[in-house]
Every structure is written in C-alpha cells, then in structure tokens.
Design a protein around this ligand. Structure first.
Ligand code: NAD
Length: 497
C-alpha cells in the first residue's frame, strides 16, 4: 500500500507560551507515531508542572493587563472571524495533517476542519449578539447582569478529531474574553501546533493563547491542580473525568465534562429501513468508530431483526478500509497501537458474547498499521461487556427487542447517557421514547447532525454540564448581579429604638 506523507511536517513540536515557541523546562520530549506505520515521525515537548506554571503565568498576565478581556465584543469577533477565514483557507492542508496524525479518513478530516472554522464563525456571531438581562422593580430598583470572563481557562482535549474538538473549546473561551492554556492529547499533537500561527496572523494578543503538550498525568494534571486556573473544560474518558473532578474539588473549580458514550440506535419495525441502515452504519463506522456519540448499540424490533442483521452485515463487510489519505477510504487506521490493542481485545471478547456477522479482526492485505475490519456482533445480551463498555472503534453490537418498554429498558441499561438515535415513523412513539431515553441528545430519524445553537452534553457517566450556543458563553463567564436602588430603601432600623 502506498503511504502518503505530507510535506513540511515538523521534526519537533514545541509548546507555545506567551507568544513564543519553547521546549520544556527540563528538556523532556515524547515520541509521536504515524498510525499507518506506527513509526515515530516526530517528537513533542513533554510539559510538566514547571511548563504549566509558565503558561498560566502568561495567561494570567494577558488577562489582568492585556487588552483581550476588555475589548468590545465586535473587536474580538473580528479576530475570531479572521481565525475562521484562516482555518477555512487551510482546510485541505489541515485535513492532510490531521489524517496523517490520527488515521482518520481524509474526506472526514476535511469535514472536521471545516467544522472547526464554523465553530469560530459561530461564536464570533454569538458574542456580538449576546445581550444580558436587566430587571426593573418599579420605584425601587433596577438590576442588571454584568457578565465577565472568568479568567484563565484550562482546556484539555482528546485525540479523536483533535483540531475540531480544540476549536470547540477555544472559540467560546476566547469569544468570552478568557485567556487559555490548552493541553492537547499526547497521541495527536500535530494539528494543534498550527493554532499559534493562525492566531498570531489573526491578531490575537500575546499571552491570550498558550499551549502545553505533554502526558495527561503530568501536564494535564498540573493544569487541573493549578490554583490560578478557575475553570477546566475537559473532553475525554469518563474515568479521567472522574479523576479530574476529584483533583479540582479542593479548589471548587468550574468544570465542564464531555465524557464517554455507548449510545443506542433504536430501529422500530415501522422505520424507513433503507435510511436506518445507511444511518446506523455511518453512525458507528464514521471517524473510525472513534466517536463519542457513536451509535454503537443497535436495538432492532424482532419482526425486522433478521432482515436488518443480514442487510447491515453485508454493507459492513463492504466498507472500504485502507489508506486514510485515499478519498475512497471509509475507515482508516486507529490512532495508536495502544488503542488498537484495546479495540482488538474487545473484538476477541465479542466472539464469546455475540454472533459474529462481519469483520472480527485485521482486514486482509493490511498487514501493518492499526487497521480493524468493521465488526458486527448480533444477538448480544445486555449483560455483555461489548454492550456495556465503550470500545471507541469500528465495532457494533445488535440486540433484538419485542416492545417499546423493552427497547427503552435496553437503551437505558448502561452507565452512559450521551446520545440516542430513534428510527420510527410513529410520531407519538418517537416523542414519548425521546423524552424517556436517558441521553443528553436525541436524534429522530437521523444520525448526528448538530445545529451549533443546541445544547451539547451527556447525562449519567457521559458528562457534566452542557456546552453549545450561549451555554458555552455562560460557562466561560460569570454573571454578576448589580442592584441599583431607586429612591429611599426600606431598612429595618436595628438598634434605633
Ligand atoms: P483520555 O481521557 O484518555 O484523555 C483526554 C485528555 O485528558 C488527554 O489530553 C489526556 O492527556 C488528558 N488526561 C489524561 N489523564 C489526565 C489527568 N489525570 N489529568 C488531566 N488530564 C488528563 O481520553 P482519550 O482516550 O484521549 O479520548 C477518548 C475519550 O474521549 C472517549 O471516552 C470518548 O468518548 C471521549 N470523548 C467525548 C466527547 C464528548 O463530547 N462527550 C467527545 C470526544 C471524545
């Protein structure tokens, strides 16, 4: 197989602190692998507490003394729009780098780069349109909300669609007037290294954006525990989220947690079956299955179960797995050999828990790299590990149900609650089910197509708090209530009689 290597790749990736590219204070580095060969193609600076201290100091100075938090929303918006323009103009190059670093199929990486630009454009608009409440108490008071950026925001992001997920936090944090320290995922630092240049060109003041690479337990942990960082926005695994929650608790930090998922796609007998099959295939096999909102448990009404399984498995077996840079590729290589080993271990577990209908190992002809055949297990019991645990790869389980009540019980019978996808043409059933399913987001007769104004987030082990639209601005700002007295105020006169 040919392997495309982009030109201009850095031979070393540094931190970006106070407007300068720098190495770690202790000079430490870590290796970054290309997921198609699993060979080291570059190194990155391995940040520790000392580097986080420098980044937080720069962000604190920029917040206390710099222009960014004090600029008019329109001025910040102009810079955010210039960032969006720059990301859009470089979308092909960005996608090429992202594909090289993550193994995501190039066509899908391109969509993610464009979405990153859209995130900046959206928050550029929102911050200008933002208005705050004021209240009149006739003859007595006027009260108004004085919205203020909270300060230095700590942003910690995962390796699946890294650039897009970074933009999701950077755009609202910057729009709100916060300064930031970003700690990107250590598997995929490449595309994050492009932010500094894009921001400088767009005119973002020095010190507003800082980036520290490094391992979660070093750089991430130091950011979470830093007393000068009042809020942390985290996307990653539920177990990491729980650890961060406890580490941040002594300082009562503001936390936003976007965590793991094991989302159900429920297909009723009255559904448009062709559309449901297209959508449930895309819903779990796009982005290599490394997708928090993947519909990785398909629940199918018994009367159409056999037909669904047969048709679904035939399509899954025909999915094109291969070189992530080939535009024909539908599933590329998983991000890292450690993650590949985890996904493959679930494939083996699944062989003892369900009936293997497609995939089940490495695709023929792809002998190196982190390739997994799209894998389908049917007849999976709700107690099975592959039904309960997030695999985060191209692996799906299918389970039959006989009634709406049973479908709901199966859908809700896991610790996660991120997304749910329902396929039915019955309006009453669709809304009744949607309102009872334990999921932060529900799609009726669709895969995940999201309007940026809507709340994003999960319930149960899938997250804490919702971002999206003005909720993101609420997270990065404090709404101080200012009360103005009109006329004399009635005060009980203690000690006056
Ligand atoms: P992860 O939890 O291993 O790592 C995420 C980030 O946290 C990385 O930057 C890592 O370095 C850092 N980190 C690790 N330990 C830390 C610690 N002790 N303190 C501070 N930071 C620490 O997750 P991952 O494997 O990179 O990503 C996959 C997970 O992310 C999946 O569970 C997926 O569902 C979830 N995810 C959720 C959403 C969502 O919006 N809900 C979106 C994408 C991914």
């Amino acid at each position: 197989m040919t392997h495309h290597v982009p030109t201009g790749l850095p031979d070393h990736i540094q931190h970006y602190i106070d407007g300068e590219f720098v190495d770690s204070v202790d000079g430490d580095t870590f290796d970054v692998l290309d997921p198609v060969t699993n060979e080291t193609y570059t190194t990155a600076a391995a940040g520790k507490k000392a580097d986080i201290d420098l980044a937080v100091a720069a962000a604190t100075r920029a917040f206390a003394e710099g222009p960014w938090p004090r600029m008019k929303p329109r001025e910040r918006s102009r810079i955010l729009n210039r960032i969006a323009d720059a990301v859009e103009a470089r979308d092909a190059e960005l996608a090429e780098w992202e594909t090289f670093d993550t193994g995501l199929p190039i066509t899908q990486a391109l969509g993610q780069a464009q979405r990153a630009a859209e995130n900046f454009r959206f928050f550029a608009d929102l911050i200008v349109a933002q208005s705050d409440d004021s209240y009149k108490v006739p003859g007595a008071q006027v009260n108004y909300v004085n919205r203020k950026p909270i300060g230095v925001a700590g942003l910690i992001t995962p390796w699946n669609t890294p650039f897009m997920l970074e933009s999701w936090k950077l755009a609202p944090a910057l729009a709100s007037g916060c300064t930031v320290v970003l700690k990107p995922a250590e598997f995929t630092p490449l595309s994050a290294s492009l932010w500094a240049g894009i921001f400088e060109d767009a005119g973002l003041p020095k010190g507003v954006f800082n980036l520290v690479n490094g391992l979660g337990e070093d750089a991430g942990d130091a950011l979470v525990k830093h007393p000068g960082v009042p809020l942390i926005s985290f996307t990653g695994e539920s177990s990491t989220g729980a650890l961060i929650f406890s580490n941040a608790a002594p300082m009562l930090k503001g936390l936003s947690m976007e965590l793991g998922g094991k989302s159900p796609a429920v297909v009723f007998a009255d559904a448009d079956l062709d559309a449901a099959i297209d959508s449930t295939l895309f819903g779990v096999f796009s982005l290599n299955g490394e997708r928090c909102t993947a519909g990785s448990r398909i629940l199918v009404e018994r009367s159409i179960y056999d037909e669904f399984c047969t048709r679904y498995a035939a399509r899954a077996a025909a999915i094109v797995v291969g070189d992530p840079h080939d535009p024909k590729t539908e599933v590329g290589s998983l991000v890292h050999p450690e993650h590949y080993a985890k996904v493959m271990s679930y494939v083996e577990i699944g062989k003892g828990e369900g009936r293997l209908l497609a995939g089940g190992g490495r695709p023929e002809g792809l002998d190196t790299g982190n390739y997994v055949s799209p894998t389908v297990f049917a007849d999976v019991a709700p107690t099975a590990r592959i039904f309960q645990e997030e695999i985060f790869g191209p692996v799906v389980c299918i389970t039959p149900f006989d009634s709406d009540a049973e479908a709901l019980e199966l859908a809700n019978g896991v610790k996660y609650g991120l997304a749910a996808y329902l396929w039915t043409t019955n309006l009453t059933r669709a809304h009744t089910f949607a309102q009872n399913v334990e999921a932060g987001m529900v799609w009726l007769n669709s895969h995940n197509v999201r309007d940026l104004r809507t709340p994003f987030g999960g319930v149960k082990a899938s997250g804490l708090g919702h971002e999206g639209g003005y909720r993101s601005i609420d997270f990065y700002t404090d709404q101080q209530a200012v009360h103005i007295t009109l006329g004399p105020v009635h005060t009980p006169r203690f000690g006056a009689s």
